[in-house]
Design a protein. Structure first.
Length: 450
C-alpha cells in the first residue's frame, strides 16, 4: 500500500534532499499550519503535528519528486514542444524597458518589472506576487504581494538564493487577480495546481519568470563575508545581487559602512562550492510554463552596448498581446529574434539543464539516491557527454565539502575571481565541442512518470 502523501513527501523528497522548497505542499495543507522554515539548504516545509494528511495533489504537484512534464505540456499547451530547448512559445524577442529608471534598477533589461507594472496599472491584475531581497532582514529574501508600482520596483533584480513562493497561495484574497514571478520548478507546480482546479492557484492569471541557471545556498553569503574579513558584529545592512551597470555586481553594505562589491562574472566562483541541489536536478532552463520568460541577452552584440539587455519569450496569446501592446506604446524597446539564434546566447546552460540535469538525476538513482523524474530522456546523449558530466559532478562534489568551503574563505577574491573566470571560460571552450554536439537537434523521448 502507498504510504500517505505526508509520509511520502517527508521520506522521499524532504529527507532525501531533493525538496526544492517551492511551498506548494504548505499551501495545500487545509489546516494552514504547515510553514516554510529557513534551513542551510533553503526553505523547507515543517508540518505541524495536527497535519494528519495532505491531499494526493500535494504529491502530484511536488516538483522535488519531479513533475510529469509530457503530461503537463499536453494539459497546458495541448501539444509537446517542437523545440525541446525552448519549450512551447509564441515569439522570442530581445530588448529592454524604455523607462531608464526601471531598466537600470533591474537585473537585465527590466522587462519583468515593467510588465508587472503595466499589468497592474492597466487594471489587468489587483496585485503582483514578487520576491524581494531584504525581507525580513538584509541577508534574506521573501515572497511578498506588491500592490503599487513602487512596491513592484522595490523587488526588482534577481535573488540568487532559494525562496519559497507558492506558500503565498494560502494568503491570497478571494476574488482578486494576480501575476506572479517564479522559478521553473515553482511555475510547473503552479500550472499543475491550476489544471487540477485549485482555487487560489487559478487566481493567478499571469506567470512570469526568469530563465534560471544556478542558485546558491545561503551559506555562500557567510563564506563571502568571512573571506572579506567582515566580523560577526558588523551586520549586513543591504545586499543587492545585480547592482550597477549590466551585467552588474553583488553589492553588500555593512553597519560599519563597509561596501563590498564583486562583479557578477567574479562571484560566480561561489557556484561550484554552494550550488543548490535544485539547480543540479532541474531540466528546465527557460522557465517553460511561464507566460513570459526572461533571461540576460548574453551575446557579443549586446555586451558591447551599455544598459541591460534581455531576451524574452512569450508563451501565451494573452502575454503576446501584452508585450506587443507595450512595444507599440513605446514602453518597451524590443525586436524580434530568431528563436534558434536566441538559444546560442545560452548554449552552455541549456546543455547543463537538458542533458546535464538528466545525467545527474540518473547517476543519483544508480547510486541508490532519490532524484526527480520528469518523464523526459534527452537524445542524442553520447558517451562523451556522460564523461563531461563526471568531471563537472566531481567538481561540485569536492567543492561542496566543508573542507573546500573553509579553504575558499582564505583565498582573496582578487585572486580566485579572475582565476575562476579564466578556468570557467577555458573549460567552456574545451568542453564546447562535446556539449554542443547534437544540442541543436536535441529531442526528448517521453514516457509517463511512475
Ligand atoms: C536564481 C536565478 C538564476 C538565473 N540564472 C540565469 C542564467 O543562468 N542565465 C540568464 O540569462 N538569466 C538568468 N536569470 C535571470 C536574470 O537574472 C534576470 O532575472 C532576467 O534576465 C530578468 O531580468 P529583468 O531585468 O527583466 O528582471 P527584473 O525587472 O529585475 O525583475 C526580476 C523579477 O524577478 C523576481 N525574482 C527575483 N529573484 C527571484 C527568485 N529567486 N524567485 C522568484 N522571483 C524572483 C523579482 O521579484 C522581480 O519581480 C536567473 C535569475 C534567477 C533568479
Ligand atoms: S518541493 Fe515543494 S511540494 Fe515538494 S516537498 Fe518541497 S516544498 Fe513541498
Amino acid at each position: 500500500m502507498t504510504p500517505p502523501t505526508l509520509t511520502r513527501l517527508r521520506r522521499e523528497v524532504i529527507e532525501a534532499g531533493i525538496c526544492t522548497g517551492c511551498g506548494a505542499c504548505a499551501a495545500l495543507d487545509s489546516t494552514g499550519s504547515t510553514r516554510m522554515d529557513d534551513t542551510p539548504f533553503g526553505p523547507r516545509p515543517v508540518f505541524a503535528p495536527d497535519t494528519e494528511n495532505l491531499p494526493d495533489l500535494a504529491w502530484d504537484a511536488c516538483p522535488g519528486k519531479g513533475i510529469d512534464y509530457p503530461a503537463l505540456y499536453l494539459r497546458h499547451y495541448g501539444r509537446l514542444p517542437d523545440n525541446w530547448l525552448l519549450g512551447c512559445f509564441h515569439q522570442v524577442r530581445t530588448g529592454y524597458s524604455a523607462d531608464d529608471a526601471i531598466r537600470r534598477g533591474s537585473a537585465s533589461g527590466g522587462i519583468l518589472s515593467h510588465t508587472l507594472v503595466y499589468l497592474l496599472e492597466s487594471g489587468q491584475i489587483d496585485a503582483a506576487i514578487v520576491v524581494r531581497q531584504g525581507l525580513p532582514e538584509p541577508r534574506k529574501a521573501r515572497v511578498t504581494i506588491a500592490r503599487s508600482r513602487a512596491e513592484i520596483l522595490a523587488a526588482a533584480q534577481s535573488v540568487y538564493i532559494p525562496v519559497s513562493v507558492l506558500d503565498i497561495l494560502g494568503r491570497l484574497m478571494p476574488g482578486e487577480r494576480y501575476a506572479i514571478v517564479c522559478l521553473p520548478e515553482q511555475a510547473s507546480a503552479l500550472r499543475w495546481l491550476q489544471h487540477a482546479g485549485h482555487p487560489a492557484a487559478r487566481q493567478i492569471q499571469h506567470l512570469l519568470g526568469p530563465y534560471t541557471g544556478t542558485a546558491l545556498y545561503p551559506a555562500a553569503i557567510d563564506c563571502y563575508l568571512r573571506s572579506k574579513g567582515v566580523r560577526a558584529d558588523d551586520p549586513v545592512t543591504s545586499l543587492k545581487w545585480r547592482a550597477g551597470e549590466w551585467p552588474g555586481y553583488m553589492e553588500i553594505q555593512t553597519a560599519s559602512g563597509r561596501i563590498l562589491r564583486s562583479k557578477k562574472v567574479y562571484y560566480n566562483f561561489l557556484i561550484p562550492f554552494f550550488i543548490t541541489q535544485t539547480s543540479l536536478q532541474s531540466m528546465d532552463f527557460t522557465n517553460e510554463f511561464c507566460d513570459l520568460s526572461v533571461g540576460d541577452a548574453w551575446s557579443p552584440r549586446f555586451e558591447a552596448l551599455s544598459g541591460g539587455h534581455s531576451v524574452l519569450t512569450t508563451r501565451s496569446a494573452a502575454m503576446e498581446q501584452t508585450i506587443g501592446e507595450m512595444a507599440r506604446k513605446g514602453l518597451l524597446k524590443v525586436e524580434t529574434e530568431d528563436p534558434e539564434q536566441s538559444l546560442a546566447m545560452h548554449g552552455h546552460m541549456l546543455d547543463f539543464k537538458k542533458r546535464g540535469g538528466y545525467i545527474r538525476n540518473r547517476i543519483r538513482r544508480r547510486m541508490g539516491m532519490r532524484a526527480p523524474d520528469y518523464g523526459l530522456r534527452p537524445q542524442p546523449l553520447p558517451a562523451s557527454r556522460w564523461a563531461v558530466e563526471l568531471v563537472v559532478g566531481g567538481l561540485f562534489l569536492v567543492g561542496g565539502t566543508t573542507l573546500a568551503r573553509k579553504a575558499l574563505e582564505h583565498i582573496p577574491e582578487s585572486v580566485i575571481g579572475p582565476v575562476f573566470n579564466r578556468l570557467r571560460l577555458g573549460w567552456k571552450r574545451m568542453s564546447k565541442p562535446v556539449k554542443r554536439k547534437g544540442l541543436g537537434q536535441l529531442s526528448m523521448a517521453v514516457r509517463p512518470c511512475p
